[in-house]
Design a protein. Structure first.
Length: 324
């Protein structure tokens, strides 16, 4: 079924650039577009790569990580929990997406100024895309990529409450044209001592001004950030002497798109083996995901399998997290 979305426009753009941007944006928006037709007054924003769950653990749990993540991976999920349990933590991953799209990330987190300090980078990029003239003749290739650089800080506000914030610089490039902007995020996490194993998380992401392409000296229409609010609760409990189960229920609302519901679960064995699963409700691109992981010493390896609808095929994601 086709996805009824409206793509951001560029005023006064040439046919060549409009076609290039349309091709690149279709690939990115296909990963996150909802099933419900959107009103014209709330057209979906750009920079759709910021909506892709980052990391194999997050992908396997359907993106339900705002009440689960900690350390380096929290740079993408909830800045309130950036501070790792101890020492320094790094995380990195690679995803094979649809239509020759690749998604990579790297983040680091440690202790500083009485709290947690983190930095991250993530990118969505494509293999060379064929470029054709007005009558369809192949005249070369061009590339497209999206980049985000971010810094974050988190602090404890008592025993149960943690707050954090991020600042980000975002850039999109298609062939020789580019647009850039900045934004910030806020997050909170609450783990009440009265209910051991319960964590509540809430985060606001990608809050900032829109970007603009400049075409032949003229400024194009706004390409907005996907401003989003995500929150929910997770609960962890022991299953016997060897296993621990953590479940999470969250919702995500992105400006210009319909809200989605997310359910994720993670079963951990004392041996270090982990099984994960996730469900996404009201998401027309994907509705379930599976994954596994293994932890040995300070190293954790993760894998996620995410099948897509719309005849887009299946995707595989791998990542690692290391503590020092």
């Amino acid at each position: 079924m086709p996805v009824p979305v409206m793509l951001p426009r560029i005023a006064r753009s040439s046919p060549r650039l409009a076609a290039m941007r349309l091709a690149a944006m279709l690939l990115a928006v296909a990963l996150t577009a909802p099933a419900v037709t959107l009103p014209a007054a709330a057209a979906p924003p750009g920079f759709a790569f910021l909506e892709i769950p980052t990391g194999a653990r997050s992908a396997a749990m359907g993106g339900a990580l705002s009440s689960v993540a900690s350390g380096a991976e929290a740079m993408y999920a909830n800045p309130a929990t950036i501070e790792p349990a101890k020492g320094m933590e790094v995380a990195a991953g690679h995803s094979e997406l649809v239509q020759s799209l690749r998604h990579d990330y790297f983040s680091v987190a440690g202790h500083a100024w009485g709290g947690g300090l983190g930095a991250s980078i993530r990118a969505l990029y494509s293999e060379p895309i064929e470029e054709r003239d007005d009558v369809g003749n192949l005249i070369g290739t061009f590339g497209a990529h999206d980049l985000e650089f971010a810094l974050g800080y988190a602090a404890r506000m008592g025993n149960a409450l943690r707050l954090g914030a991020t600042m980000q610089a975002v850039r999109e490039r298609i062939a020789n044209e580019s647009a850039a902007t900045y934004g910030f995020g806020l997050g909170g996490s609450w783990e009440p001592a009265r209910w051991q194993g319960l964590r509540l998380g809430l985060t606001a992401q990608n809050l900032g001004p829109p970007a603009h392409y400049t075409i032949d000296g003229s400024r194009g229409l706004a390409v907005g950030l996907p401003q989003a609010l995500q929150g929910g609760a997770s609960y962890a409990m022991n299953l016997g002497a060897r296993m621990n189960l953590r479940g999470a229920v969250e919702t995500r609302v992105t400006r210009g798109r319909s809200g989605i519901g997310i359910v994720g679960a993670e079963l951990t064995d004392a041996s270090g083996a982990v099984l994960r699963g996730g469900l996404r409700v009201n998401d027309d691109a994907s509705n379930f995901s599976l994954g596994a992981g293994f932890t040995t010493g300070g190293l954790r390896l993760d894998y996620a399998f995410v099948p897509f609808k719309l005849d887009l095929g299946d995707t595989h994601r791998v990542s690692f997290t290391a503590r020092f």
